[in-house]
Write a protein that binds this ligand. Structure first.
Ligand code: FAD
Length: 349
């Protein structure tokens, strides 16, 4: 987490999906330091959010990996460049300043002044689906959560987990040991998760280590500014209060194009138009890579996004280092690149 003082940077990458991460790598090879913002609390974009443990077979040189493994490899690969991540915050505004730099602000009040911007926003900013209950949103971050990124905060608590898919069942399973009591609430009595996950859940439920209830949250009880209980309405329309300390709502995520539609960039069908030489948007200095862009022949594939990052980084180097020659070098043989990567240059015998 960062403070709220203005950050000056050569490059700001919006989106920490696979393409945003590889953009950091390509910028790093050209000695351009980057900051990265993502609305999710962790890097990985669609790979982690939508198919973390499913196989991917078309990453060059990697016959088989998974969404999660690919992201772990990318994070390892960009380590030498020390990019700073600003997670759990959406980029909300972007405006060009008189000196050509871009002023960017996030939903958490972090601001950046960047020479170049790389929009790697994929299918949009992933937002958790929320319960529409009067007064509930005010407890966000204190008693209401939409991600299980810090399980320790639920230690010793009575927790209501809302949802019926794999993430919700896994969430309940992860919490049951440290929480005082965990109840999983779903509107139907059928849960959607892999068989072995459901088997573990059933076994723990049978032992009374976990609880399951069918119904929907239709209201909340509060007292002295504290969330005290959820009102649960069952399929027969009966409503009862379920006491709780924390509510973890895991109803899935939906991507939202969000504010980038208002930044004055040329778009076509909710995607950013780019050229295929520099992957520049209609505003010089703002590049768009990965699933968010469109051009003739575009394919929404990770390897296509990786190629785009390379050309965008070279084009950005001309803006970050005006008047300087940008040499083309191989990572195999360039001592300069070895230095940037923190590896040793092999001896020439
Ligand atoms: P994303 O992965 O979508 O990441 C974008 C990130 O930007 C997100 O984390 C989002 O939260 C963030 N973001 C957006 N707007 C903002 C904002 N305003 N502020 C802050 N953050 C923001 N591709 C393949 O090549 N091979 C496959 O086998 C393959 N299998 C797939 C299987 C499934 C089920 C799906 C859904 C996709 C698959 N894909 C596959 C496609 C691949 O996942 C995408 O091409 C890839 O994720 C695009 O990467 P990206 O970094 O451009 O965008």
């Amino acid at each position: 987490m960062t403070g709220n003082s203005m950050i000056h940077t050569d490059a700001l990458v919006i989106g920490a999906g696979p393409v945003g991460l590889f953009q950091v790598f390509q910028l790093g090879l050209l000695d351009i330091k980057a900051h990265v913002v993502d609305s999710l609390p962790h890097p990985g974009g669609q790979c982690v959010e939508l198919y973390a443990d499913k196989p991917i077979y078309d990453i060059p040189g990697t016959p088989r990996t998974t969404g999660r493994e690919l992201v772990a490899s990318l994070l390892e690969q960009i380590k030498p460049f020390g990019a700073r991540f600003h997670l759990g915050q959406e980029v909300s505004t972007l405006a060009q300043q008189a000196d050509g730099r871009f002023l960017v602000e996030t939903s958490r009040g972090q601001s950046f002044l960047a020479k170049t911007i790389f929009i790697a926003a994929g299918v949009g900013s992933f937002q958790p689906k929320r319960l529409k209950i009067d007064g509930l949103d005010g407890f966000e971050g204190s008693q209401l959560f939409h991600h299980l990124d810090e399980p320790a905060r639920f230690a010793g608590k009575t927790v209501l987990v809302v949802g019926g898919d794999e993430a919700a069942v896994e969430g309940a399973l992860r919490l049951h040991e440290q929480a005082k009591r965990v109840t999983l609430l779903h509107r139907r009595d059928v849960l959607q998760a892999p068989e072995q996950v459901l088997a573990r859940f059933e076994a723990l439920r049978h032992r009374g280590a976990l609880h399951f209830q069918v119904g929907q949250v239709t209201g909340i009880n509060t007292d002295a500014g504290q969330l005290k209980a959820a009102q649960i309405t069952d399929v027969d329309g009966n409503t009862d209060a379920l006491p709780l300390d924390s509510m973890l709502v895991l109803l899935g995520l939906s991507p939202r194009l969000g504010p980038l539609g208002q930044w004055g960039l040329a778009m076509e069908r909710k995607q950013l138009q780019v050229d295929t030489e520099k992957f520049s948007t209609s505003i010089p200095g703002i590049f768009a890579v990965g699933d968010i862009n469109t051009y003739p022949g575009k394919k929404k594939l990770i390897l296509c996004g990786f190629h785009e990052c390379t050309l965008a980084a070279y084009a950005a180097a001309e803006l970050v280092f005006p008047g300087q020659r940008i040499p083309f070098q191989y990572t195999t043989t360039s001592p300069k690149l070895h230095k940037l990567l923190g590896v040793e240059t092999p001896r020439q015998d």
